[in-house]
Design a protein around this ligand. Structure first.
Ligand SMILES: [Mg+2]
Length: 271
């Protein structure tokens, strides 16, 4: 039986110093990403071992909102220096197969009207109208797929997130606040759709998905079993989830361990 393990990366499997929580010993940490010469993200040694030792018919597919460049830095998930056969990046707008984008997939998504033009003409005026604030540090476009704002979390008005969500939903964009980044994502780009493409390609019999943010919920809903990290945006915002989705008991990097231990169990049982 082929099991697809489709998992978000940041704050699900990998953690920054800030997001990992306090109860982890430095000697248990493995650096999995380096950026500008400095360690950026970590897993525990136990997590990395569990990930690398999944049964051969369990296929790990990273499913991340990171762009290609940001994803390719996370080499600590590459077992034996081999990147996973498939990786879903840019929140599902791009699928990498053996490290190269599947062109037809992204062309199809472009056809669903996500373009530079949509962003400039439809999204950016609303962004400028509502986010012309001093807590917005930067506005970035991710390869013309979506937009994110780097915000000063200390000054970001969390009580207004519902208000902003409604404004952008009206023009077809979803909002997700993850760490210092506020994502604006077209509703036509989903992690679930890309996961379903990969599931068909590898003929998976069972899908287990893991995540932490609102952008992961469609992925977890489309899976047979879902694991949601207790510390994440999705749990904090009280989003409604189906019964096949369970919330971890642990938080921070320990939630990552708990997720990988559960996946290892399912992987063993499916042999
Ligand atoms: Mg995440």
């Amino acid at each position: 039986m082929t099991v697809l393990f489709a998992s978000d990366l940041d704050q699900t499997l990998i953690y920054s110093r800030r997001s990992m929580g306090s109860e982890v010993k430095p000697e248990d940490l493995i650096e999995v990403e380096r950026y500008e010469g400095k360690p950026q993200s970590y897993m525990t040694e136990q997590s990395q071992t569990a990930l690398w030792e999944l049964e051969p018919d369990t296929v790990f597919v990273p499913v991340t909102t990171r762009t290609r460049e940001q994803y390719e830095r996370v080499t600590g998930i590459y077992e034996g220096n081999e990147p996973p056969q498939f990786a879903i990046i840019s929140n599902g707008a791009v699928i990498l197969e053996n490290g190269e984008p599947i062109k037809e997939w992204s062309t199809d998504i472009r056809r669903q009207c996500v373009s530079r033009k949509t962003i400039i003409e439809e999204l950016m005026p609303v962004v400028h109208q509502h986010f012309n604030e001093d807590w917005v540090l930067r506005v970035r476009q991710a390869e013309d797929w979506f937009v994110y704002l780097v915000v000063d979390r200390a000054r970001f008005p969390e009580e207004k997130i519902g208000f902003y969500t409604d404004i952008f939903r009206e023009i077809g964009w979803s909002l997700s606040l993850q760490g210092r980044k506020l994502y604006l994502m077209p509703e036509s780009i989903t992690k679930a759709a890309a996961m379903e493409y990969v599931r068909d390609r590898i003929n998976a019999d069972y899908v287990i998905a893991a995540g932490d943010s609102l952008l992961d919920l469609d992925l977890l809903e489309s899976a047979d079993a879902g694991l949601l990290a207790a510390h994440g945006e999705a749990v904090r915002s009280d989003a409604e989830v189906s019964d096949h989705i369970i919330v971890t008991e642990e938080k921070g990097i320990k939630a990552g361990e708990e997720i990988l231990a559960k996946v290892a169990d399912i992987s063993m049982q499916s042999k």
